[in-house]
Design a binder for this molecule. Structure first.
Ligand code: SF4
Ligand code: SF4
Length: 375
C-alpha cells in the first residue's frame, strides 16, 4: 500500500492511493467554547441541502452534546472500541489508523449504522457527565461537564469514503479540496458510509445513492462562507484555506489558528484522515476526554486560549469569526481593530478588539423627555 505523510499524527501512514493534494484546501475552525447548541447551523444546512424526499433523516451539519450525544448513535465509541489502544509518543501516534487496521479486503476499519441509529439526532442533548453532589462548586476543569460538538464532513486530505468506493464515484476537487460524490456514478453500495469514521455520508433510500456535505461549494466559488458559518448565532465558526505546516500562511485566519497559535485541533487525528475542520477545545472539560478526542495538542491549545487577552492577534481572529459572509483570505490587527481582506485585498470586515461602551444621557433636550422609566 502507498505511504502518505499525515502531519496530524506526525508520521507516514498507509493509504490506498498515492498522495495528491489540491491547489487549495477548504477548511474551518469551530470554537467549541462559544457554541450554545441553538442548532441554527443545523437548520440552515437542512433547509439548503436536505429538505427533499429520502433526506428526512439527513443532517449534513449536526451539533451533539458530549459525552453522551451522537448522530448516528454511537458513531465514535463504536469505532474507538474497534480500533483498540491508541497511544501517542510525543507528537507521534504509535497506534494504528483506520487504514492500517482495515480488515482484509476493505480500505478502512468501520461499520455501517442501522437505519434506527439515524433516528435520534438529539440523543443525549444537554446531559452532563455525572451527578452533582451536595455542596459541590465549580472548579476548572468542571468536575461535572458537557460540551457541544459541531460536526460536518471534514473534507479530509486522506478521505476514507473516497478510498473505499468501488465505483470511484467520490472525488476531491482540485481547486478547493472539497470532497464530493458523483451521483451519476454512485450505485448505493454504501462502502463510503461504512468507512467514513465520522459517519458523514448518508444514504438516500428514494434516489438509492449516497449523499454528503458539499461544503456549500456554490458559495465558496463566489468567495462566501458556508451556510452553517453564516448562520451561526454564537459566531463560533470561520472558513478558510488550510495548509500543511510547512506551507502555512500565517496571516490567513485558519492557518493562523491551526499552525500559528496551535489553538485549533483536528478531531480524532488518530483515525488518520488528516481532517480539515479544526476545533478550539472547551477549557472546562477534563483533559483525559479531550486528549482522546483532539490529540496531544490539547494542553497547549487550552493554555494559549486562556491567555487570549494578552494576545491581540489571536483576539482579533476570534472576533473576526462570524463578522462577515465573505471569505476572509488575510487578516491584520492594528490600532485596536481586526481587519479581514478578500482575495483582491479589499477590506470585507472590521471589528474593534474592545467593544465600545456608549452611555446615553438620561434627558433628551430635543424632545424634553427623560429616558428612564422611573418618575
Ligand atoms: S469526513 Fe467522512 S465523508 Fe467527509 S471526506 Fe472525510 S471520510 Fe469522506
Ligand atoms: S449556530 Fe453556532 S452556536 Fe448555534 S448550534 Fe450551530 S455552531 Fe453552535
Amino acid at each position: 500500500m502507498p505511504k502518505v505523510y499525515n502531519w496530524q499524527i506526525g508520521r507516514e501512514m498507509d493509504y490506498p492511493y498515492e498522495a495528491a493534494y489540491p491547489e487549495k484546501q477548504f477548511g474551518a475552525v469551530f470554537d467549541i467554547n462559544k457554541c450554545i447548541a441553538c442548532q441554527t447551523c443545523t437548520l440552515a444546512c437542512k433547509n439548503a441541502w436536505t429538505s427533499g424526499r429520502g433526506q428526512e433523516h439527513m443532517f449534513f451539519n449536526n451539533v451533539e452534546t458530549k459525552p453522551y450525544g451522537s448522530y448516528p448513535l454511537g458513531w465514535d465509541v463504536r469505532l474507538l472500541e474497534q480500533l483498540g489502544g491508541q497511544s501517542w509518543s510525543g507528537g507521534v501516534y504509535t497506534g494504528k489508523t483506520v487504514f492500517e487496521a482495515a480488515p482484509a479486503g476493505r480500505a478502512a476499519l468501520g461499520f455501517l449504522p442501522e437505519d434506527e441509529d439515524w433516528a435520534h439526532p438529539n440523543h443525549g442533548e444537554d446531559e452532563v457527565a455525572g451527578t452533582i453532589d451536595t455542596g459541590a462548586y465549580f472548579t476548572l476543569p468542571h468536575p461535572v461537564w458537557m460540551f457541544y460538538l459541531q460536526r460536518i464532513c471534514n473534507h479530509c486530505s486522506y478521505p476514507a469514503c473516497l478510498a473505499s468506493c468501488p465505483r470511484k464515484a467520490i472525488y476531491k476537487r482540485e481547486e478547493d479540496g472539497i470532497v464530493l460524490i458523483d451521483q451519476t456514478r454512485c450505485r448505493g453500495y454504501r462502502e463510503c458510509a461504512r468507512s467514513c469514521p465520522f459517519k458523514k455520508v448518508l444514504y438516500n433510500t428514494v434516489t438509492r445513492v449516497s449523499e454528503k456535505c458539499i461544503a456549500c461549494y456554490p458559495l465558496v466559488e463566489q468567495g462566501r462562507q458556508t451556510y452553517c458559518t453564516l448562520s451561526c448565532i454564537g459566531r463560533i465558526r470561520i472558513n478558510g484555506w488550510v495548509n500543511f505546516p510547512d506551507k502555512a500562511v500565517l496571516d490567513s485566519p485558519v492557518d493562523f489558528l491551526v499552525h500559528g497559535r496551535k489553538v485549533a485541533l483536528p478531531l480524532y487525528p488518530q483515525f488518520g484522515l488528516n481532517v480539515n475542520i479544526y476545533y478550539i477545545p472547551p477549557i472546562h472539560v477534563p483533559s483525559e476526554f479531550l486528549l482522546q478526542m483532539f490529540g496531544p495538542g490539547v494542553p497547549n491549545a487550552i493554555d494559549t486560549y486562556k491567555r487570549v487577552k494578552d494576545d491581540p492577534e489571536l483576539l482579533g481572529v476570534l472576533l473576526l469569526m462570524g463578522s462577515t459572509d465573505k471569505w476572509i483570505e488575510k487578516f491584520r490587527v492594528k490600532e485596536g481593530f481586526a481587519y479581514g481582506y478578500d482575495a483582491k485585498g479589499d477590506e470585507v470586515s472590521r471589528v474593534p478588539l474592545k467593544e465600545p461602551i456608549y452611555i446615553r444621557p438620561d434627558f433628551n433636550a430635543a424632545t424634553g423627555a427623560f429616558l428612564h422609566n422611573t418618575p
